[in-house]
Design a protein around this ligand. Structure first.
Ligand code: NAD
Length: 263
């Protein structure tokens, strides 16, 4: 299937590794010019070279801390200055800390609000003017299965990712007439370096093997395994494509059947 992404310009936020990097690679593989972003220039440089070599696409990195409003504006402005358009935005960021209600004070709630909700608000706000001029745009937010089935120890993530879904649903109706779609993808446990690092730390803490910790996670998944980043990225590339022109305001989980709800 031709995704119609050739020469489209995409910004993928938080994409020096993990899910963001897989999405950037999938878009590049389908012919898009891709701007990757994170805070660490060394990691970005390595990811840029790797994606370019693998896909042959034009890939550029722009450093920006997604908790800083001015740096987000710069990311969009600089993309527009260099490439003249912004067709696709994938919002993503590091996750807020795990924990339960009694563990968080106001400062931690505020920080998670900035990290998870406001970074998506600001990223979307920074690209909408260009997309409106083009009368074409695709926005895909990377959230989590927690927006469909809250996870016990991820209170901050549950709350602010639900906010991103509400934002996307509300805004999708208001920009639809401009040819702009907004959708959310909701990954279940997906094998990124971060997930493996966290699992290794937990295994060490609890005196268990890594295999045992991973099995504890995947037991809850009907497919009996974690997802691979490329499996999420394939959906993101489709939602970013010409082919997904009548899909907006949706939230689709990529979770091997983990979410038990009907919708
Ligand atoms: P990761 O740690 O592998 O990658 C996170 C990326 O975000 C990195 O490129 C990092 O440099 C960048 N980043 C972090 N903070 C940033 C900031 N302030 N400004 C700019 N860039 C920043 O994580 P991942 O596993 O790819 O997960 C990505 C997101 O998806 C996280 O929010 C995570 O909570 C969420 N998520 C992950 C999974 C999973 O199983 N991997 C499942 C559901 C949701």
């Amino acid at each position: 299937m031709d995704l119609g992404l050739t020469d489209r310009v995409a910004i993928v936020a938080a994409s020096s590794r993990g899910l963001g990097k897989a999405c950037a690679t999938a878009l590049a593989r389908n012919g898009a010019t891709v701007v990757i972003n994170a805070r660490d220039c060394d990691e970005l440089q390595a990811a840029e070279a790797e994606i370019r070599e693998e896909t042959g696409a034009e890939v550029t990195y722009l450093r920006a801390d997604l908790t800083d409003a001015d740096q987000i504006l710069h990311l969009a402005d600089e993309t527009l200055r260099r490439f003249g358009r912004i067709d696709v935005l994938v919002t993503n960021n590091g996750g807020p800390p795990a924990g339960y209600f009694d563990e968080f004070d106001d400062a931690q709630w505020q920080a998670a609000h900035e990290l998870t909700l406001m970074s998506a608000v600001r990223l979307i706000r920074s690209v909408l003017p260009a997309m409106r001029v083009q009368q074409w745009g695709r926005i895909v937010n990377i959230t989590s299965v927690s927006v469909k089935q809250p996870l016990d120890n991820l209170l901050l993530s549950n709350v602010y990712r639900a906010g991103v879904v509400a934002l996307a649903k509300t805004l999708s109706a208001q920009v639809a007439a401009d040819g702009i779609t907004i959708n959310n993808v909701a990954p279940g446990y997906t094998r990124t370096d971060r997930v493996i690092e966290l699992s290794e730390a937990r295994a060490q803490r609890e005196g268990r093997s890594l295999e045992d910790v991973l099995a504890g996670i995947t037991n809850e998944y009907p497919m009996g395994r974690m997802g691979e980043p490329e499996e999420l990225a394939a959906l993101v590339a489709f939602l970013a494509s010409e082919q997904a022109s009548y899909l907006t305001g949706t939230t689709i989980q990529v979770d091997g059947g983990y979410v038990r709800g009907l919708l």
